[in-house]
Design a protein around this ligand. Structure first.
Ligand SMILES: Cc1cc2nc3c(=O)[nH]c(=O)nc-3n(C[C@H](O)[C@H](O)[C@H](O)COP(=O)(O)O)c2cc1C
Length: 442
């Protein structure tokens, strides 16, 4: 993480805040203000109540995500899918056991920055923590994100999404009457962060993806109080266990969809050890902001891309879930009449939760810009003939009122046989103009 941040600082992408900030709202407010203006990383050197500096907005840029996996700007899906495929058939072990860092600092939860993000949140939350746990049946490790509410130095409360592997691990441990041992990793190297975003089959470890991205086995050391190994570069490690048959109140919390999730009965995480590196940085992540959505959208889009390619559909160029991952936009090179409609019907099956609206566009459209996508829909054919509405299909799993049921598909491509009429007009020379050569200060 230090190495990556140094690289970003060298290219002027890091803003430094020296003024002391309050972890209650002020830190999140500054983060949000920066995100409204751009995608720079922010480093807060003084956060009231903790000695640890805080860094945020590291992954809130599609360009940075592409650079991390050496993908061209419009090629994240293809490169990511290739990485994930490669990690499936690794011949070398993905991890290597090393000694724990000699200078690890031992402390308590209350020594860490306890950040409250939104007005009606029940209290401080850890939002960037990656949960590392082993399948109680198979021993396969899993990495995933789950927000957790700070209660005391001994306890966090965690909401486990029912479709996530960690919820299945917890249920398997509970069936044996056991607690599930978990290490929470805060401030990880980029390959661990990206790997944790992936949703892959339960019998396959995200650590393979991390190792494939880095090109080397991941160095891991043994935890102090639980039977787990953690990546050696992790800035802060919270060791503990999710208790069996024990639920307590958690929430409300301002979630990724932009609303508050109300208080609910959720899992209890008992802390057994907290440690950090001597020069540790704490990673704060504003839920629902670009840093939360950009990586989640990118890997969700890549999953749809892979699904379409696996289904044998030709001409699939790229997929985006911007501006929110309930949306899917697919860029194709049209091959035959009706191609876009086949792509739409196949895309709906790519995942059960998120692709509520799907658009298909031609190769000249920027799929990260919804203005362009809607423009293509409105200017390239009849609006009534190019929409398909699928009724009564369940969507997002947390949906008591069926608000997420149904799907809409929009073919925003141009007619195959009239391509010449839809050549986009251009003004020659725009890219070469330097405005300073033309405009003088009045
Ligand atoms: C930055 C980020 C934060 C996330 N935070 C949460 C969260 O707080 N709770 C949750 O249920 N899912 C969250 N998710 C979604 C999943 O945890 C995540 O996609 C994970 O890959 C699921 O892993 P699994 O397939 O191994 O279960 C988050 C995803 C990202 C990329």
């Amino acid at each position: 993480m230090h190495k990556y941040l140094k690289q970003l600082a060298d290219s002027n992408q890091v803003l430094i805040v020296e003024k002391e900030v309050d972890p209650e709202f002020e830190l999140a407010a500054v983060t949000k203000k920066v995100q409204l203006q751009g995608d720079q990383i922010v480093r807060f050197n003084k956060v009231k109540g903790s000695d640890l500096p805080v860094v945020t907005n590291i992954y809130g840029s599609r360009q940075r995500l592409c650079e991390l996996i050496k993908a061209p700007v419009d090629g994240f899906c293809k490169s990511w899918s290739a990485l994930v495929e490669q990690s499936k058939s690794m011949s070398e072990p993905s991890t290597r056991l090393v000694d724990a860092p000699a200078d690890l600092v031992q402390g308590k939860l209350g020594d860490l920055p306890l950040i409250t993000y939104h007005e009606k949140d029940a209290g401080p939350y850890f939002t960037s923590a990656i949960f590392l746990a082993k399948d109680p049946d198979t021993g396969i490790p899993n990495l995933s994100f789950h927000r957790s509410m700070h209660v005391s130095d001994d306890e966090l409360r965690v909401r486990l999404g029912s479709s996530h592997d960690l919820a299945k691990y917890q249920a398997r441990a509970e069936a044996k009457g056991e607690a599930l041992e978990v290490a929470l990793l805060i401030g990880v190297s980029p390959e661990i962060f990206l790997a944790a975003c992936a949703s892959i089959p339960i019998d396959w470890s995200e650590l393979n993806i991390a190792s494939t991205i880095s090109g080397n086995p991941i160095d891991m050391y043994q935890c102090e109080t639980i039977d787990l190994q953690v990546p050696a570069t992790t800035q802060i490690v919270i060791e503990g266990r999710i208790l069996p048959n024990e639920l307590r109140k958690e929430g409300p919390f301002g979630e990724f969809l932009g609303y508050y999730v109300p208080e609910g009965e959720n899992h209890v995480f008992e802390i057994t050890n907290v440690s950090w590196q001597k020069d540790a940085l704490f990673h704060s992540l504003l839920c629902g902001s670009s840093e939360d959505l950009c990586p989640l959208e990118a890997v969700t889009a890549a999953r749809t891309y892979q699904h379409l390619v696996n289904a044998g559909l030709p001409g699939i160029i790229d997929v985006s879930c911007a501006p929110a991952f309930m949306n899917t936009t697919i860029k194709i090179k049209q091959q035959y009449e009706g191609h876009a409609k086949q792509v739409l019907t196949t895309a709906f099956g790519a995942n059960m939760d998120y692709n509520r609206a799907c658009f298909v566009v031609d190769e000249d459209i920027d799929i990260t810009n919804m203005n362009e996508v809607i423009w293509a829909y409105l200017t390239r054919g009849r609006v009534d003939k190019r929409v398909m509405v699928l009724h009564d299909i369940p969507g997002f799993y947390r949906d008591p009122h069926k608000d997420f049921w149904g799907r809409i598909g929009i073919d925003a491509t141009m007619p195959m046989d009239r391509k010449d009429e839809f050549i986009r007009k251009t003004v020659p020379g725009v890219d070469d103009i330097n405005l300073q050569d033309y405009i003088s200060q009045s």
